[in-house]
Structure formats: structure tokens, C-alpha cells
Design a protein around this ligand. Structure first.
Ligand code: HEM
Length: 389
């Protein structure tokens, strides 16, 4: 019997062991903190497809204890909207993520990845988070939002502060950084309203003229959403993958021998070390799942990381296996809220891995293990010392 809460279980048993125990003993788990945890792949998929009976809107006003249990500090627009409003906001953003838009970004992303890789010293221990996994996505999202180059350093500092708040204690200097960030985006959106460009923030100010208008506060929250969703998850994907490869050097050699395996490595990393561990929904009516009744109004934490390790779907699910037959995972979610930035994340990860594998023959662990992020939502590294040679 699982007797601990999700938070206690993860802390005391460790993630791998607690996920395995959930699958074995309580795939639909009633957390003593007052919510459900769904961990089976098929249940997760079913809930995420059923946005009528499992609403995202309640994420906006869940209790702070539940926000903390799931690792959240903010409630964002779009993520916390249901159709039809969700559809309108999503359509607005979708224009920035079309295949044509991704193709247009590709040369910039690849050049950036090559430049960051060229600056990595051979044979010397470096923190890969500072050297490549964080600067790459931050620069890319800054460009998409039309943040000018001279603000890039501040943008990175703010972005890190927002991520820290999501995944660690809320310290005064982090709050200050978030206030600065809010002020910055409020100024930028006022400027873009006066003289619009073809960037995302200008596009958001244009919605103000329609019936689904976004308030100033919502535009700022939207900008912060893109920063968090766009940066930290991709940073974590790359860090988790490099960590796995450094701990099993035959993986690096395999990628070197056949760079065509890079995409498989990225998907396997997303599956086994899902960067966004969970999403939340609230039941809008009584629902029965596998014989268990979830009452209207109750919250469900959809445990993506656990669904991606369902033993009914993958053999030896906690094992990172480069040549595993690829099955669809839910690291980017499922249904109407499926990650809109997934093609961009994949593009960035592939560009970084192609540049690194092309330049370096070997990847080794550093002397230290590195520092994992805290909190239950984001899974990745705050710092990760590795050696490229
Ligand atoms: C490895 C990288 C990434 C992972 C693992 C990831 C994961 C996710 C997940 C699980 C969701 C679904 C949320 C839900 O169902 O409630 C989501 C939604 C979203 N993601 Fe990502 N994401 C990544 C990268 C990105 C990037 C690069 C961007 C943008 C630049 C982005 C922007 C968004 C947005 C705006 C949503 C909300 C979509 C909606 O509600 O319709 N993500 N992401």
C-alpha cells in the first residue's frame, strides 16, 4: 500500500522507486493531501483527451498547497483556459510555431548551437547548463519575442529567477527579478501596441482589439509563460540527455558513429526523464476510471513522468535505451493543450546535439555530480559539470 503523499514519497523513496511503486500498487492514487494522482499511460491519455470532464481552468485557483505539491508557483493564461477561449488564444500563438516558422528559425538555431559548442574548451570540466543548455533556448525565445540583443543578459537572469521560483524556495531577490520582468514586459507591450512588429508580443497586443482581448496583465503573464515553458523545459531536456550519455559513454560513441540516432536519443530522454513531470486537471463531473470514482470538483495530478514509465507499455521502463522501439510518449502532454513548442524544443535539442557530437569524440562525467532542480514540476539540472574531449 502507498501510504505516503506524492511529495513525501518522492522525497523519501526517490523518484524512480516511488514511480515504480505507484504502478505496482496504486496507479490511481488518492493523495493524503487531497487530490488524485494518475500514473498509468492509458488513464493519462484518456484524461488529457477529455477536456470537457477534466478542465484546465481550475489550475488558476487551486490551493497553494496543491500548487506546491505539483511544483507550481504561477497560474498562466492558455494553460489554464478551456475551449472555446483556449482555442482562440492557441490559434494566436500557433502562427509562431508553424512548420514554415520553424524552418525559418532553423539556420539561426543551428548557428547559435555551433557558436556555443565552439566556445566549449576541450578536455576541461565545464557546467553544461551555463555553457549551452540554458543560453540556447533563452536566446531563441528572446528572438521570437523580439527582445533586442542588448537586453539578452537581463532576460536570461529574469528567466532563471522565474525557473527558480517554480522549482525552489521563493527568495526576495527572485521576487525582485520577477517584478523587474513584469515591468519590462509591460513596457515592451506598450511600445509594440504603439508600433507593432511581426513578433509574438505585437501579435498579442492585436488580440486586444477583438472580443477575446487580453488585459495588460494577461499579456505579461503570457510572456512569462513563454519564457518558462520555452526555456526551462528545453534546458532540462538537454541536461538530462547529456547526463545519461555521460554516464553510459557507449551512447556517445553510438551517436558519433550514427548521428541519425540523435532524434531517437532525444525522444528516449523525453520519455525516461520527462522535463515537465506533471500537469493538473479538475473533474467537472463525477467520473469513473478503472473502477475508481473521481468526484466533480476534485483535482487530478496527471503524472506524465510516470505514464512514460508504464511497465504495461515499455519493458524495463526506467532504463534509458537508445535503440528502443519508439512508442509515442506523453512528455509534451496530449489533447488540446499538447505542447505548442514541441517542434521548437526538438529543433533546438537536435541542433545542440548535432553540434556537440560533431565536434567532440568523447563525453565524460565531471568530478561533481551536479545539482538537480528542486520541486516537483521541472526535472533537470541547475548545474551539471561534464567534460567534452
Ligand atoms: C522539452 C521541452 C518541452 C516540454 C517537455 C514541454 C512540455 C509541455 C507540456 C507537458 C505541456 C502541456 C500542458 C498541459 O497539458 O496542461 C506544454 C504546453 C505548452 N508548452 Fe511546452 N514543453 C517544452 C517546450 C516548449 C517550448 C520550447 C515552448 C515555447 C517556446 C513551449 C510552450 C508551451 C505552451 C505555450 C504550452 C501551452 C499550450 C496550451 O495550453 O495549449 N513548450 N508543454
Amino acid at each position: 500500500m502507498v501510504e505516503l503523499s506524492l511529495r513525501e514519497g518522492l522525497m523519501s523513496k526517490g523518484r524512480d522507486a516511488f514511480i515504480a511503486q505507484l504502478h505496482e500498487e496504486a496507479p490511481l492514487f488518492r493523495d493524503p493531501d487531497g487530490f488524485w494522482v494518475a500514473s498509468r499511460f492509458e488513464d493519462v491519455r484518456m484524461i488529457l483527451l477529455d477536456h470537457k470532464r477534466f478542465s484546465s481552468s481550475a489550475m488558476g485557483n487551486v490551493s497553494s498547497a496543491t500548487l506546491q505539491s505539483s511544483g507550481r508557483a504561477f497560474a498562466f493564461p492558455l494553460l489554464t483556459d478551456d475551449p472555446p477561449r483556449h482555442s482562440v488564444l492557441r490559434a494566436l500563438l500557433a502562427k509562431a510555431f508553424t512548420p514554415a516558422a520553424m524552418e525559418a528559425m532553423q539556420p539561426y538555431v543551428e548557428e547559435l548551437a555551433r557558436d556555443l559548442t565552439a566556445a566549449i574548451p576541450r578536455g576541461k570540466e565545464i557546467d553544461v547548463v551555463a555553457a549551452i543548455t540554458s543560453p540556447l533556448p533563452v536566446a531563441v525565445i528572446a528572438r521570437m519575442m523580439g527582445v533586442p540583443g542588448e537586453h539578452a543578459a537581463e532576460f536570461r537572469r529574469w528567466s532563471n529567477a522565474v525557473a527558480d521560483i517554480q522549482s525552489g524556495p521563493i527568495a526576495p531577490e527572485r521576487i525582485k527579478a520577477v517584478m523587474e520582468l513584469r515591468g519590462y514586459f509591460a513596457r515592451v507591450s506598450a511600445e509594440r501596441r504603439a508600433s507593432p512588429g511581426d513578433d509574438l508580443i505585437s501579435a498579442m497586443t492585436r488580440v486586444r482589439e477583438t472580443s477575446e482581448a487580453l488585459s495588460d496583465d494577461q499579456i505579461v503573464a503570457f510572456c512569462i509563460l513563454l519564457m518558462v515553458a520555452g526555456n526551462e523545459t528545453t534546458t532540462n531536456l538537454l541536461g538530462n540527455l547529456l547526463n545519461r550519455l555521460a554516464r553510459a559513454p557507449e551512447g556517445w560513441a553510438a551517436l558519433k558513429g550514427d548521428p541519425g540516432l540523435i532524434e531517437a536519443a532525444i525522444e528516449e530522454s523525453l520519455r525516461v526523464d520527462s522535463p515537465a513531470q506533471n500537469v493538473i486537471r479538475r473533474a467537472t463531473e463525477d467520473v469513473e476510471i478503472a473502477g475508481t470514482r473521481i468526484a466533480a470538483g476534485e483535482l487530478v495530478i496527471i503524472y506524465l513522468a510516470s505514464a512514460n514509465r508504464d511497465p504495461a507499455k515499455w519493458d524495463d521502463p526506467a532504463h534509458f535505451e537508445l535503440k528502443r522501439i519508439r512508442e509515442r510518449h506523453v512528455a509534451f502532454g496530449h489533447g488540446v493543450h499538447t505542447c505548442i513548442g514541441a517542434p521548437l524544443a526538438r529543433l533546438e535539442a537536435k541542433a545542440a546535439m548535432t553540434a556537440l557530437v560533431g565536434r567532440f569524440a568523447e563525453l565524460r562525467r565531471g568530478a561533481e555530480r551536479g545539482q538537480r532542480l528542486g520541486g516537483g514540476l521541472l526535472y533537470g539540472f541547475r548545474s551539471l559539470p561534464l567534460v567534452f574531449a
